[in-house]
Write a protein that binds this ligand. Structure first.
Ligand SMILES: Nc1ncnc2c1ncn2[C@@H]1O[C@H](COP(=O)(O)OP(=O)(O)O)[C@@H](O)[C@H]1O
Ligand SMILES: [Mg+2]
Length: 364
């Protein structure tokens, strides 16, 4: 997977331009608020995901403009390909190899990337939503159907929660709740199953990376934590049964609180180092090493899945981690085309490194 060119017009603060990255390491440096992260975000959008900053699509277009366009030429699946993303007012248009597509999720079938930014560094100690976002985002990169399931699940949950609020005032509506429950249980069990399958692989790869970062001293284990009580080797049928029981058990509480209290949207991941809970007892360095291991594993799993290395986007993370972790990260992403942003000019340069400077959105 190699980005050969990236063209942007009216995207955030970036001055309209086209860049031709190196197939190796690309360093983008400039002062704060010049547009470094915007440039990585533009590349990331081609992986089919949403903005990694959680921005809404209408925030991506340059202030004062109602249209922005991104075009990328890239090498993937043994051939040159291209894709375009156009944001026009509140609409998004996607083209892959000049053919219009109905959803940006299709982009992930031909282009894959891993992004690592400072917010990820608090993945272990922050709330569960960041951890769910990590695993779900990683699966979406491999599986278009999963992305579709996730958005269907949140849509149905939104409708169920709206009904729960109504039931509070109109108890007779309680009879209609089962319609939403059945759909949520059906999709929810698929989501949990897919996460467990991904986790099974992630566990062993991440443990290897963590062992490497800690010079063989720390064993990393990861557990799936679910209020529904699922176990690692549950079948989809087992999960359906457990979800059904939980929905029944929680029904009155759900009505009282007007929200859905169990399901994959409440599940979590828990990390242990040598058997000890990392969130509570791990040092900041250990917690960061876990995140590094997870991100490297995400990249390796994509590499195995597509049989080619994903593009790696490192947004301001190198300055946040110590030298040995920096080296570990760079050594283990060798082979991937990499984009690194930072405020300092690079110290690690070779014939495969291209340097871009960025000043008030002007990339040169
Ligand atoms: N839609 C937009 N239109 C124009 N400018 C924007 C838009 N969104 C963000 N910006 C500007 O982009 C700059 C931040 O860019 P960013 O890539 O985050 O900088 P950094 O170089 O620190 O990573 C800010 O000056 C912000 O005002
Ligand atoms: Mg930035």
């Amino acid at each position: 997977m190699k980005v050969k060119s990236l063209e942007f017009s009216d995207f955030r603060n970036l001055k309209n331009n086209i860049i031709y990255p190196s197939e190796g390491v690309n360093v983008i440096f400039g002062d704060n608020a010049q547009g470094k992260t915007n440039l990585l975000e533009a590349i990331w959008l081609f992986s089919g995901g949403h903005s990694f900053r959680g921005s809404k699509e209408n925030e991506l277009t340059k202030f004062g403009s109602n249209k922005s366009e991104l075009r990328m030429e890239f090498f993937s699946q043994g051939r040159d390909q291209n894709a375009e993303i156009k944001f026009i007012s509140n609409k998004k248009e996607i083209f892959i190899n000049n053919v219009a597509k109905s959803s940006s999720a299709y982009l992930s079938q031909c282009f894959s990337a891993v992004v690592f930014s400072p917010e990820h560094l608090s993945l272990v100690k922050n709330g569960p939503s960041l951890r769910r976002k990590f695993i779900d985002g990683a699966i979406c990169q491999q599986d278009v159907k999963f992305a579709v399931m996730m958005s269907k699940y949140s849509r149905i949950m939104f409708q169920r929660n709206a009904l729960l609020k109504e039931i509070y005032r109109h108890p007779e509506l309680k009879e209609t709740l089962f319609i939403w429950d059945d759909s949520l249980i059906e999709i929810g069990s698929k989501i949990i199953k897919r996460r467990l399958d991904y986790l099974r692989k992630l566990r062993s790869i991440a443990a290897q990376f963590h062992l490497g970062i800690s010079s063989g001293k720390e064993e990393l284990t990861i557990e799936y934590v679910s209020g529904v009580g699922v176990c690692d080797d549950d079948s989809e049928q087992d999960i359906i049964k457990k979800l059904k029981d939980s929905f029944e058990k929680n029904r009155n509480e759900d009505i009282k609180l007007s929200c859905t209290n169990c399901g994959p949207h409440r599940d979590d991941l828990e990390f242990f180092i040598n058997g000890i809970k990392a969130k509570t007892f791990g040092s900041q360095g250990q917690q960061r090493s876990i995140v590094l291991s997870l991100k490297l594993s995400e990249a390796q799993m994509l590499w195995e899945y597509f049989d080619e290395p994903p593009v790696v986007l490192l947004d301001d993370v190198l300055s946040e981690i110590d030298r040995s972790r920096q080296e570990y990260l760079l050594n283990n992403t060798r082979g991937c085309q990499t984009f690194i942003t930072g405020c300092e000019p690079p110290v690690y340069e070779n014939e495969n490194t291209k340097i871009f400077t960025i000043n008030k959105g002007e990339v040169s």
